[in-house]
Design a protein around this ligand. Structure first.
Ligand SMILES: Cc1cc2nc3c(=O)[nH]c(=O)nc-3n(C[C@H](O)[C@H](O)[C@H](O)COP(=O)(O)OP(=O)(O)OC[C@H]3O[C@@H](n4cnc5c(N)ncnc54)[C@H](O)[C@@H]3O)c2cc1C
Length: 398
């Protein structure tokens, strides 16, 4: 593995950095609120217009045909510039790789450009009230309608991130109730404005309204909205969930930028402590200084592990179950990093949002609250540990 970037890659970095520095919006409200979501979509459209929205995609779909390395460089620069989380991420990072792998040419032309342009906004429909970790236990069903040339779906999905703001949902539906648990499911793409769809927002603990429950009452979905083969949806879904756990959704740029901000926070708090400010006294604690260093080291370790993964992918070795390993690592790193930030801030960590004394606008507490969900979403870490035990370490099932 060569850790040096080429001159062309460094030129790509410089171009991305210059554009991002000139254009990144700062201080947007949370993308998990109605108002914030719309502003984030405006940003997404600006990215698309400048062809930075999906850099690694072919030009015909709105990309630059960039390599995986250049994509990683762009991600580093994106988060380094303090740019907001991508509200298009379910589409561009999760569904799109699955469409590239399993979609027909017609599906690629229909969905990829609209996704890149943030015209189609996608949410994920896996979880159901009795099927979270046990995804094979889904009950929402799709019944064949030969006359109409499609499927009629009924059931309920839950914990659908930003479902209340999106116009499309992808997910699994049971198409053969007689089949074994992991079979007889089909991957469908569903327009949320179709007759029979009801979307109900669900408030989150942090006050944002980002979740939704989605109900389907005899909703018609045409055959051209089936991704992959009928009844073979499990394999298609595994491609999507692997993207969520691994490379595409959690590129290291995000954690490296957070670790850099943590180091900067520590420096600022140390300077305050040195000037005798009692509010910053925690920054003088040597154990906390070590925690700051450890977070930075962990983020760098994740970056290096990702570079090794990309080397493997480029050389034709798929990530496979390694994405479960990285998922555990990034989610636990994110929690520790934010816990360290809160410890540095001491009592002032609780000042958030509109408090004029909130440090960094209260972003650390907000980030901490969200980090707590990392070990749960994208498949809980307990489940990922089972996967690592069985498929990476080859241990027997218990
Ligand atoms: C922020 C956030 C965003 C989300 N976004 C989406 C979304 O957009 N779309 C979507 O479909 N879902 C989404 N989810 C739901 C998420 O995928 C589920 O919460 C997750 O898969 C766990 O399912 P569950 O909540 O039903 O918990 P359960 O499956 O009931 O699990 C409860 C506990 O039991 C443990 N457990 C269960 N089975 C086993 C086992 N076999 N071995 C060991 N431990 C086990 C789990 O690890 C967990 O700790 C989101 C969740 C969060 C927190």
């Amino acid at each position: 593995m060569d850790l040096n970037f080429t001159d062309a890659e460094e030129a790509f970095r410089a171009e991305a950095r210059a554009w991002l520095e000139a254009n990144v919006p700062h201080g947007l409200p949370s993308g998990d609120t109605r108002e914030g979501f719309d502003l984030h979509v405006e940003w997404e459209k600006k990215l698309f217009d400048a062809r930075w929205s999906v850099v690694s995609w072919p030009e015909e779909y709105g990309g630059r045909g960039a390599t995986l390395w250049e994509w990683l460089i762009f991600e580093e620069e994106y988060y380094r510039a303090g740019a907001p989380q991508r509200v298009t991420q379910n589409g561009i990072f999760l569904l799109a790789p699955t469409i590239f792998e399993f979609g027909t040419d017609a599906q690629k032309s229909r969905f990829l450009p609209a996704m890149a342009a943030a015209d189609d906004l996608w949410c994920q429909g896996w979880s159901e009230p009795d099927a979270g970790s046990d995804l094979a236990g889904i009950k929402s069903r799709a019944v064949r309608d030969d006359a109409a040339g499609g499927w009629r779906i009924s059931g309920q999905k839950t914990w659908t991130t930003r479902g209340a703001f999106c116009n499309w949902l992808f997910g699994l539906f049971r198409t053969d109730p007689e089949a074994e648990r992991h079979k007889g499911m089909t991957y469908l793409m569903v327009p949320l404005d179709a007759d029979g769809v009801t979307v109900r927002g669900v408030g989150r603990l942090d006050g944002d309204e980002g979740f939704a429950e989605v109900f389907f009452d005899d909703v018609f979905v045409a055959d051209d909205l089936v991704l992959g083969e009928v009844d073979q949806g499990w394999g298609v879904a595994m491609a999507t969930t692997s993207s969520e756990r691994g490379l595409t959704l959690r590129s290291p740029g995000r954690f490296c930028a957070a670790a850099d901000r943590l180091v900067d926070l520590w420096k600022r708090r140390s300077a305050l402590a040195a000037s005798g400010d009692p509010a910053a006294v925690a920054a003088g604690d040597p154990a906390l200084r070590e925690d700051v260093a450890q977070s930075w080291i962990d983020a760098e370790a994740y970056r290096l592990a990702t570079l090794a993964d990309v080397t493997g992918i480029v050389e034709g070795r798929p990530q496979g179950a390694r994405s479960s390993l990285t998922k555990i690592f990034w989610s636990e790193l994110d929690v520790r990093l934010h816990e360290t930030a809160l410890a540095l801030l001491g009592p002032s960590a609780e000042l958030v949002d509109d408090s004029p004394s909130a440090v960094d606008g209260g972003a650390w507490m907000k980030g901490y609250q969200f980090s707590l969900s990392g070990p749960i979403y994208a498949g809980t870490n307990e489940i990922q540990r089972n996967v690592v035990a069985e498929r990476v370490l080859g241990l027997p099932r218990k």
